[in-house]
Ligand binder design. Structure first.
Ligand code: XMP
Length: 322
């Protein structure tokens, strides 16, 4: 098990990198068809653009609506890419994902549920339907080395773990970004002409809001964390922080509502300063801003009685809770 050597992209070498990757994709796919999935994050956005440069309409791009995305995300992402001349098909897979999450509570088991549903059930079928032999995906170096180090088995890492996607899912996977970390992916995204709201977008994990729910992922619990996420993203969007999020805890705590005891929900806010996600420190947010966030969440998210801010650095913490 070995990760690739890192390549750091700058304005100087980014053009050459694009040409090389486009050439590679073209030569591997030949006159065939490939598919890929957009999650709305910068990694999959970049892979979509590289794939389209290489294959044009022979790359079929899907936005898999797994029910655990942020508010309005499928339509938002589709519109951004339509403006880039790239057509995206939104695929409703909510039922499949929520069925797979039933009764699943452990972090790695959740990732495995996402992996199997996404790669086997959804993409297995799409590959057969479209005649594609390849899936293009945006795995980056940090995903791989956290998986190899045994910190988190990121949902999108296979070959480095000795898993052959052809055998496991029935297709091959091409990963043009495995030598890059997030800061280089952003340089690449800008060079590929993606708008700033994509290349400067905070990272968002493939397993989406499932990585921000402690315990079982149900529709109701996703709705709660989704509402809190919208509030946190809106309030913290101008901080320049690397990533910020709302977490739904499993434990309930005593609060009060309408003069009565309410054994209610806890939301944790996390906001990180980081360059490439390997290490991160909690952003020194003004107390006033934290208080405003708490008030907005208590008002806007039904059932919440406690709001906390994480102040532990990575390591030993990690960016997501799952
Ligand atoms: P952690 O939580 O390990 O996260 O400190 C490091 C970076 O990776 C993102 N992340 C994921 N991305 N699949 C992904 O595609 C995953 O399973 C996954 N888990 C974490 C996280 O958002 C952060 O930017």
């Amino acid at each position: 098990m070995k990760a690739a050597e890192e390549i750091r992209l700058t304005e100087k070498n980014v053009k050459e990198f694009i040409e090389e990757k486009v050439k590679k994709i073209t030569s591997v796919i030949g006159d065939g068809i490939a598919i890929n999935a957009l999650s709305g994050g910068v990694d999959s956005a970049v892979v979509t653009m590289l794939g389209h440069r290489a294959l044009g309409n022979r790359l079929k791009t899907y936005f898999v609506d797994n029910g655990i995305m942020r508010e309005g995300e499928p339509q938002k992402v589709e519109e951004i890419f339509r403006q880039q001349g790239v057509n995206i098909e939104i695929l409703d897979a909510q039922e499949e994902f929520f069925n797979a999450f039933k009764g699943v509570t452990g972090p790695e088991e959740k990732r495995e549920a996402v992996t199997q549903t996404f790669y086997k059930d959804i993409f297995g079928k799409l590959v057969t339907k479209s005649g594609a032999k390849y899936l293009l995906q945006g795995t980056i170096l940090t995903d791989i080395d956290e998986t190899i180090a045994g910190i988190k088995r990121q949902h999108n890492v296979f070959e480095q773990l000795g898993i052959d996607p052809q055998q496991a899912f029935g297709y091959k996977i091409i990963e043009p970004l495995v030598e890059l970390r997030k800061d280089s992916v952003r340089v690449l995204a800008e060079a590929l002409g993606l708008p700033e709201n994509i290349y400067n977008r905070p990272p968002f994990p493939g397993p989406a809001l499932a990585t921000r729910i402690i315990g079982e992922v149900t529709k109701e619990r996703v709705d709660i964390v989704r509402k809190a996420t919208s509030i946190v993203e809106e309030e913290l969007k101008d901080t320049g922080a690397f990533q910020y999020m709302a977490i739904l805890h499993q434990d309930r705590v005593t609060g009060m509502r309408d003069g009565k005891r309410d054994f209610g929900l806890q939301i944790e806010i996390r906001c990180w300063d980081s360059i490439d996600a390997r290490e991160a420190t909690p952003t020194d947010l003004p107390y006033k801003q934290l208080r405003k966030l708490a008030d907005d969440i208590l008002r806007g998210v039904p059932g919440v009685v406690s709001v906390t801010y994480n102040i532990a650095a990575k390591p030993p913490s990690t960016i997501e809770v799952v």
